[in-house]
Design a protein around this ligand. Structure first.
Ligand SMILES: NC(=O)c1ccc[n+]([C@@H]2O[C@H](COP(=O)([O-])OP(=O)(O)OC[C@H]3O[C@@H](n4cnc5c(N)ncnc54)[C@H](OP(=O)(O)O)[C@@H]3O)[C@@H](O)[C@H]2O)c1
Length: 334
């Protein structure tokens, strides 16, 4: 007989940085399986910053209500199936929600395929964050040899893959991260040529020194002051700007006033509102490329992983405080 399904639910929508008491754990019966559906046991849950934007009602997904199961993508193992395309023991990537068991008709699922890499990478370098970096660089940013690529939140799942893929494509990479420890990891493991500590260094002065002609690609994961400084003074002629994420805005109720984009015009730069879900057509090639690069020793990754569904809220809070270090995951195998 199956256990009850332990779920992380929203008590109230957070104001500012989410707090432990914005969430609660509830145990519920696992739903009966209907024809055309499968039942899966979550293995690893992915905690992602965009979920905070969804909670603020500032995302194209509908905002959750009090009592909703927290949103989460995960790797899950199918334990029972009445679906023609999915069998017991298949490992899938899907919207599991922050819960131990989930039922799906397969619409949002695909088979986990990580080659030589660990299963958890289906949520990191070989998952949605990896595809974000890959699709944006090879798609709208049109990376080419010798491009100078600047990326914020550099030690994260997205940022660290931006550097590694940019280096494979012959670029030079500069990261922006929030501590010396993160910067050292970026330099030693994610092949960054340079890393700026956003809490210690003067971004404007350092960029003037190390990228005097401006950056060709700015991959912005944070917005705010970093975006303002870079767009105002540090972009090159015909630069490409990927607005990928706005970490500075996810926890605030009111979005801050926008930057002055005059320099975008002056430098004939392209701004591209980037959403990874438009790039599903690149997934197969992305998985094959990254598996090959991983097998050749060209891809490193860092994970910030805890064990047990109960740790999911504190992991999410850590992520939203910027205190995570690497792809934030929760192991719910046991
Ligand atoms: N557009 C898309 O389709 C798409 C898809 C996936 C992810 N994203 C975006 O990519 C970004 C990175 O995601 P990830 O999963 O790889 O997370 P992550 O980088 O592991 O975690 C977020 C990082 O953002 C930085 N940060 C947090 N608060 C900040 C603040 N107030 N100011 C500046 N930096 C702050 C912190 O790093 P430091 O302290 O080191 O700066 C933190 O570790 C997010 O903005 C996410 O929304 C976009």
């Amino acid at each position: 007989m199956l256990n009850l399904n332990k779920q992380v639910k929203i008590k109230q929508l957070p104001v500012g940085i989410p707090k432990e008491n914005d969430f609660y754990i509830e145990e519920n019966k696992i739903p009966d399986l209907q024809e055309g559906f499968f039942l899966a046991k979550s293995q690893i849950l992915s905690l992602d910053p965009y979920v905070r934007a969804v909670m603020s009602g500032r995302h194209f997904y509908n905002a959750p209500q009090s009592g909703s199961v927290m949103r989460s993508r995960g790797v899950a193992k199918i334990i029972d199936s009445r679906h023609p395309d999915y069998n017991k023991d298949d490992l899938v990537v899907m919207e599991t929600g922050m819960q131990e068991y989930c039922v799906s008709n397969g619409d949002d699922a695909y088979f986990a395929d990580t080659g030589d890499a660990p299963l958890s990478t289906a949520l990191g370098v070989l998952g949605m964050p990896g595809l974000t970096s890959y699709a944006a660089l090879l798609g709208p940013a049109s990376i080419k040899k010798d491009d100078v690529v600047l990326v914020s939140a550099a030690s994260g799942a997205v940022g660290s893959m931006v550097s590694q893929i940019a280096k494979i494509k012959g670029g030079k990479t500069i990261g922006i991260a929030g501590s010396d420890e993160k910067c050292s990891w970026c330099l030693e493991n994610a092949r960054f040529d340079f890393c700026i500590n956003r809490k210690k260094d003067n971004l404007d002065e350092v960029l003037s020194e190390i990228a005097p002609n401006g950056v060709d690609i700015f991959f912005d994961n944070t917005g705010g002051e970093i975006q303002h400084t870079v767009l105002t003074k540090h972009i090159a002629d015909y630069s490409r700007i990927i607005i990928s994420g706005l970490m500075t805005q996810y926890n605030v109720s009111e979005a801050p006033p926008g930057p002055n984009l005059g320099n975008i015009v002056k430098m004939k730069a392209t701004i591209y509102g980037f959403v990874v879900y438009d790039f599903e057509h690149m997934r197969e090639k992305f998985i094959n490329d990254v598996k090959g690069w991983y097998a050749d020793g060209l891809i490193n990754f860092k994970e910030d992983i805890t064990s047990g569904i109960e740790t999911a809220p504190s992991q999410f809070i850590k992520l939203m405080n910027g205190n995570n270090f690497g792809k934030t995951l929760v192991d719910v195998t046991n």
